[in-house]
Write a protein that binds this ligand. Structure first.
Ligand code: SAM
Length: 314
């Protein structure tokens, strides 16, 4: 559907859980400050929301969190959404800690692609930044390749003094492997005492990377670059230095049933009551909220998000 600023909204991001086994320094530090307004929705509620969104011509869905693979019924959610016969693209964003053991079942249920978060190629730095095990991420990436969940996108958030010395190593990864390594600028969601790295600066310092003309459907908000001899490519997602709000096509639903029309704005609307209505009525409620989607994010103002990214679904 078209929102109040003439943007075509066609992409639903469902945060299926706020739980995560990792504790990323920019995402879930100060866990006790996380706003939890209600219980996590059951599988059938997520499927009903996806069904209602399908009626609004939303045709792409991503399952995120928290860590979506911690939901024991994730396959049920995926299969239910797949069976709606509306979503051509069912994707997940995962830290890959559990992916090696679950990739085959998820693929069978209907997941066609995955984005894998990977903030360091050094085991000790990875552990320090996330609390996780780097080796499991590599095994997860291998499993995703084996299941042809392609193209595999690697999400990297660069933090000054932590992993910003690894920029060239990540670019090398895109040279050696058919992966899309995407640098996502740090967004000030929740209390943020860390400093991110500007994508503009990286692009300026890596002049051998040349922009690729890609359609927005496959690359989303990422500006894609590559160079001679590269098997993969490098993407830059720059909500801070190159805001893409004018082409934002997405809405988010939290695991406790709040619809957030904009990641970088505190407004959120409960779907709880509407979930007890029939799917057409739920679609009507969602469409009314989509019309309230703000024109721009408010990251540059003082943005005191009540929720952490893991509640909203990054
Ligand atoms: N647990 C899953 C994972 O790690 O991929 C999914 C949820 S996580 C919140 C989704 C993505 O949001 C990750 O790639 C993470 O790096 C990104 N993210 C979290 N907080 C962020 C922030 N403040 N700024 C930019 N990206 C952030």
């Amino acid at each position: 559907m078209i929102d109040g600023f003439n943007r075509k909204i066609e992409y639903l991001r469902l945060s299926v859980t706020k739980k995560c086994m990792e504790k990323c320094i920019y995402c879930s530090k100060d866990d006790e400050k996380c706003a939890v307004k209600g219980e996590e929705l059951p599988a059938e509620a997520f499927i009903k929301i996806a069904d209602a969104c399908a009626k609004l011509h939303i045709n792409k869905v991503r399952l995120t969190g928290g860590e979506p693979l911690l939901r024991h019924d994730l396959e049920e959610i995926v299969r239910g959404i797949y069976d709606l016969n509306n979503y051509k693209d069912i994707t997940i964003t995962t830290n890959a800690q559990l992916l090696a053991g679950k990739a085959a079942a998820l693929k069978k249920a209907g997941v066609n692609r995955c984005n894998i978060s990977l903030d360091s190629l050094k085991p000790d730095v990875y552990k320090e930044m996330t609390g996780g095990d780097l080796n499991k991420v590599f095994k997860g990436i291998e499993a995703a390749f084996n299941e042809s969940m392609l193209p595999i996108k690697i999400n990297t958030v660069l933090i000054k003094g932590k992993n910003d010395g690894e920029i060239d190593d990540f670019i090398e990864l895109a040279k050696q492997y058919p992966l899309s390594v995407r640098f996502i600028e740090l967004m000030p969601v929740g209390d943020m005492l860390l400093t991110g790295i500007s994508n503009e600066k990286i692009i300026k310092e890596h002049k051998y990377l040349l922009p690729l003309n890609t359609d927005e459907k496959s690359s989303g908000p990422a500006k894609i670059y590559t160079a001679k001899g590269f098997k993969g490519n490098v993407g830059f997602i720059s909500p801070i230095t190159n805001c893409f709000c004018s082409s934002c096509n997405r809405i988010r639903v939290t695991s406790d049933a709040y619809l957030k029309p904009c990641l970088g704005n505190e407004a959120e609307y409960s779907l709880k009551e509407a979930l007890s209505l029939d799917t057409n009525e739920l679609a009507k409620t969602i469409s009314e909220i989509i019309r309230k989607k703000p024109q721009n994010h408010t990251f540059s103002d003082v943005f005191n998000a009540d929720r952490k990214m893991k509640d909203i679904g990054g």
